[in-house]
Each structure stands twice: as C-alpha cells, then as structure tokens.
Design a protein around this ligand. Structure first.
Ligand SMILES: [Zn+2]
Length: 430
C-alpha cells in the first residue's frame, strides 16, 4: 500500500498545464516517453521481448505512436492463454512478484499486477475533479473481493489522506445511514448502485441536498453513465468524476468534467484506436478497438487490446486540454462483454452451460432498464424439462463460474434461434 502522500507530492502528480501543452509539443513528449518505455519493456518483460522478436521488430524501431503498428495487438484471450501457460503473469511482469502491492483476480481468471503507479494515476483523476479532498470521509461502496474495486479505491483514498468507510456492496438502507451519520462527502461506487442508495434515501424521507453532506460520486465501470451523470449533477448537485479503464490496464483516460468523452491520460500510457482485424490505427470518428501501451515499470503491457470498441476525436476540447478524447464506448470486440462492472467471457458462459445437456442453445441478452444493466438468458430446451428447477440450477452455476446471476431466464422452443445466432447480444448502446 502507498503511504499517505504529502501536499507537495500530491501537487507534483497533477500538472494541468502539461495537459494543455500545444499538440505538437505533446506529440514529441509522448513519442519520447514511448521510445523509453519500449526499451524498458523489452529488457524487463520476457513476454514483450518474445512478442517483438517474433515479428523481427527491435524496440529501437518504435520511436513514434504510429510505429506501434509494427507490433501485433495482444488480445485479452491471448493474455489469459499466456498466463495459464506461464502463471501467474505470463512473462509480462517486469519486477519480482514480491514487490507488487496487490495482485487482483479478474474473471477469466486473469491475474492483474498492480503497483503504486496505478494508485497515482487514479489519485490524479481525483485531483482533476477537485474531489474528494484530504480529510474527506468517503464511502467506498464496491466489492472488496478479488477484483480491483473496493480495495484499490481504498488505497487511492488513503494515499490522498481521506478517511475511508469500506461499505462494500448491498445493504442500501445501511449505506444511507452511514452516509447520513458519518456526514460522508463522497461515494465511490458504480453509478447504478449510487443511484440505488440515493433513491433509497429518498424513500426513507431524506432530502439529499438538505440532509446529507454529499458532494461527489464516481462514474467508472458502466457505460450508461452519461444518463446518470445528468441526474447526479442536476437533481442532487454532485460532481461526477469519471474515467475509462479496465482491470488489466488501470485508469487510462478521464473525463475533464464536461461529459464529452475521455481524454487520453498521457501519464498512464499511449492509447490507440485500431481496426481489430488489421491492427492499424483508424482515423477520428471511425470505430476501432481501444488498444493501450502502458507507461509502467511494473506491468508494461504493450498494445494490449482492451476489447472495448470506441471512436475518438482530436477536435479541441473547451477545457483546453490537447489530448484526444474517446468519444464513446460502443460495445465489445469478440468474445466477451462487460456487464454490471464485470467481464464475462464466452468461454465462461460455455463452461457454465456445459453442465446442462438439456439446453441446446443459449444466448445472453443485455438490456438497460431504469439505468441498470439487466441480464436475460434465452434458452432453447427439450420439451418436458422442469423449467423452475433448471433456472435455479443455471443461476447457481453462473454465479459459481462468473459471479453474476441472471435477472431473467426465458425458455424458447427448439429452432427459435437462427443457425448463426450470437451468444452475446448487447442492446445497451442501441
Ligand atoms: Zn476536456
């Protein structure tokens, strides 16, 4: 864990003027840092050396962001395979395991190596939005097990000098009481759960602006944040701090407060939006995969494919920052989806369903209802199965394999789903 940062250290982490440097200067700075990072990653992470050697590219050939196109994208599936072949980190770790501050586990399973630099990247995000401040009391209302949500945010808030209430998830009535009695100024949670807490408080007769000290909430991890952001800001007077990141990468892009996309965080790494088939960078407003090369001396992933489809703009932002912005996340590439803040891989769904031979086809459909993710599972089954017993068994199995319950299971007659049906259908971006 990172110790509490002094005010000088906090100030050194966030330099707004650097985020506003002219585009050509920014480009030179980024290219130089990338060139140094490639040398470091090649020397210290065996998987990166192998990856470059395999395509005959020397790290000294990567001098600009454009040069990264010479290096193949590492997909999430590949990372899982490499980690399983060579556990725990598949050759991507550049330091001894004992020097890591945390090892998190994401569904897959994927082992995520987290060091102090990730804490610092997220501290910078909080400093940018001005909340929370040192001395604030903050409810951390996210899961604390395995995934880098609750414990990681606690590390960040500790480093900033906040007082943390490790509230976890669920028990919304108790969360309301904590918020009220402890006069908490911030909730760090997934926005749909923050909304559940606020609605519960109103049900209990509270007026958020009058009866609470709440000023700030976080927006990460969910894709319908822009709808909720408006409600948080307009109805409850909250500042919303939002960023883009994944468990593999940490936070790599941020909302400057305007709700108009996520600026690339040049301190965290290099972001490219690339054609998932060719690995070539696409132009502004074209759809591609978010691919990230981390500036990391711990876990230096190079051209890691996040699996998120997005587009970007390099038009000037009214905030004056010059880094391009991811304008929107449009869905997922390939074999996995992100729902309720968690990843589900198709192979996990396949594994869960392999126990049920009476199900001939299955399809997971994601919807948005009242600003919350809803998971429906469509099943084609033999006639005469006990639907209730099967539903219960499937839910239990899904929870074992990927930690999520279905909100709804629908049974279909055999032959309803077409031959070329998709196992994941995501209607949340429609
Ligand atoms: Zn901006």
């Amino acid at each position: 864990m990172l110790s509490r940062l002094s005010s000088e250290e906090l100030a050194s982490l966030y330099d707004e003027s650097r985020e506003k440097m002219p585009s050509d200067e920014r480009e030179r700075w980024l290219n130089q840092r990338l060139a140094e990072q490639m040398q470091f990653a090649y020397k210290n992470a065996p998987a990166i050396k192998e990856k470059l050697d395999k395509v005959g590219v020397s790290p000294s050939e990567i001098r600009t962001v454009k040069d990264l196109e010479k290096v193949p994208v590492t997909t999430k599936g590949e990372l899982i395979r490499l980690q399983q072949a060579n556990p725990p980190f598949g050759g991507f770790l550049a330091v001894p395991v004992s020097s890591l501050t945390r090892i998190y586990v994401s569904p897959g399973p994927i082992y995520d190596a987290w060091g102090e630099e990730r804490v610092k990247n997220t501290v910078r995000g909080f400093l940018r939005s001005g909340w929370p401040k040192p001395g604030d009391i903050v409810l951390v209302s996210t899961a604390y097990h395995m995934v880098p949500a609750g414990l990681f945010l606690t590390d960040v808030l500790d480093a900033m000098g906040c007082t943390v209430v490790p509230a976890g998830i669920g028990q919304s009535e108790l969360q309301v009481k904590l918020l009220h009695d402890l006069k908490a100024t911030a909730i760090c949670s997934f926005p749909s759960f923050t909304m559940t807490i606020l609605k519960k408080a109103e049900e209990m007769g509270y007026d958020i602006r009058r009866d609470f000290n709440l000023r700030y909430t976080t927006g990460g991890g969910e894709r319908h944040i822009q709808i909720l952001r408006k409600i948080f800001e307009e109805d409850y007077g909250l500042t919303v701090g939002d960023g883009y990141g994944t468990a593999d990468l940490g936070e790599v892009a941020y909302d400057c407060g305007r709700g108009e996309g996520y600026h690339y965080d040049d301190e965290a790494g290099v972001i490219e939006i690339v054609d998932p088939d060719t690995g070539k960078q696409v132009g502004p407003h074209q759809v591609g995969e978010v691919v990230v090369t981390l500036f990391s001396d711990v876990y230096p992933l190079v051209r890691f494919g996040s699996g998120d489809l997005a587009s970007y703009t390099d038009e000037p932002c009214p905030c004056g920052r010059t880094a391009p912005r991811i304008t929107s996340i449009l869905g997922m590439v390939g074999e996995h989806i992100r729902v309720k803040g968690m990843f589900v891989h198709q192979k996990e769904l396949d594994e869960a369903m392999s126990k049920f031979p009476e199900v001939s086809k299955y399809q997971m459909v994601l919807r948005l209802e009242d600003h919350r993710d809803r998971i429906c599972l469509n099943l084609e089954v033999e006639s005469g199965v006990d639907r209730q017993a099967l539903s219960e068994a499937i839910n239990k199995r899904c929870q074992e394999v990927f930690k999520l319950r279905m909100d709804n299971i629908e049974f279909m007659a055999k032959g309803t789903l077409p031959e070329d049906y998709q196992k994941f259908v995501d209607t949340r971006w429609g």
